[in-house]
Design a protein around this ligand. Structure first.
Ligand SMILES: Nc1ncnc2c1ncn2[C@@H]1O[C@H](COP(=O)(O)OP(=O)(O)OP(=O)(O)O)[C@@H](O)[C@H]1O
Ligand SMILES: [Mg+2]
Length: 290
């Protein structure tokens, strides 16, 4: 394993709603950050293994995020690196796959009454700090046994949303959860931004309304919007790349969506740089109703 000389930022990617681009954005953003020379680790915390499947890694029979969380294996030994011939990961992107064993977390907690559920990821992530620029925690929809420890350990959260009739109410719920996590578990947690993705072109009314809602409601205490300026367009090329087990940047590097992810990666790092200069501040004061 390489040296521990990186300043690791841990990002939880979420939204309680399913199928809103959490996994896709995590993988594509990590791929775009790799073009900028950054090294990322994606930890799949979803029992349904979205990131694991998208990256063509095995969902059974390999050491997984369950062993990481339960400290059953050395944290570094749970990582699939770019050197693994059976799993051709995108350059600069490593993975801790998930497995259905995550369903056994309840039993594990019941058998280990001294362990605190929300703290489960603190030690494992500390063991991985320094190895990566970014550790992305790809969380499942709904508040599950892995979402709560992810929000406890993360430095920042990113929300993902896409135009859909239920997207606005789901966003309000997702924001409430981040506020609750800040209040009860992790006062350092800040919402870094909201990615609006799979935006049809030309933009539908739904897409415009969602973008306006996010722009208006996801703001920091200075009133600056936390919506990422770069929106990701809907394109079959994203799904084709996923089928090929590649990022859109690898699959068709000159595709407009590849450029959007490059812009998003730049904006993501610019925001992080600004936050590093400023003292940490709670980023959402109050969640407006949908
Ligand atoms: N920009 C895009 N253009 C077209 N399709 C997209 C785009 N982004 C995501 N999708 C598709 O939307 C679907 C849902 O995306 P994804 O699996 O990333 O969402 P998710 O929030 O992680 O879902 P889950 O809640 O099930 O984990 C996938 O089929 C994915 O291919
Ligand atoms: Mg997913």
């Amino acid at each position: 394993m390489s040296e521990r000389n990186r300043n690791t930022t841990v990002i939880a990617v979420g939204n309680q709603k399913g199928g809103v681009g959490k996994t896709t954005n995590t993988i594509q953003l990590a791929g775009a950050l790799s073009e900028r020379g950054r090294k990322s680790l994606i930890i799949d915390l979803d029992m349904t293994s979205g990131a694991t499947k998208a990256l063509r890694a095995p969902t059974e029979g390999w050491i997984s995020s369950f062993e990481l969380i339960t400290d059953a294996e050395n944290a570094e030994d749970t990582i699939i690196t770019n050197d693994e011939p059976e799993v051709p990961l995108p350059p600069g992107v490593h993975l801790i796959p998930s497995s259905r064993k995550l369903a056994e977390l309840d039993t594990f907690l019941a058998q280990n009454p001294w362990l605190v559920h929300q703290d489960l990821l603190i030690q494992p992530i500390n063991r991985l700090r320094g190895l990566y620029d970014y550790i992305f925690l790809d969380t499942p929809p709904q508040k599950t046994k892995t979402t709560i420890p992810a929000l406890k350990v993360a430095d920042h959260a990113i929300l993902s949303t896409m135009p859909d009739h239920l997207a606005v109410s789901a966003m309000a719920e997702a924001l409430s959860d981040i506020v609750a996590a800040q209040r009860h578990a992790n006062e350092r947690l800040t919402l870094l931004g909201v990615i609006v993705c799979a935006v049809p072109k030309p933009k539908t009314r739904l897409a415009r309304e969602l973008a306006a809602y996010v722009e208006r409601t996801c703001v920091d205490p200075q009133g600056c919007t936390l919506k990422f300026r770069t929106e990701i367009s809907r394109s079959v090329a994203v799904q084709e790349a996923q089928k090929a087990g590649q990022t859109i940047l690898q699959y068709q590097g000159d595709h407009p969506v590849a450029d959007e992810y490059r812009l998003l990666a730049r904006e993501f790092e610019e925001r992080l740089a600004l936050l590093r200069q400023a003292p940490p501040i709670p980023l959402i004061q109050e969640v407006p109703h949908a």
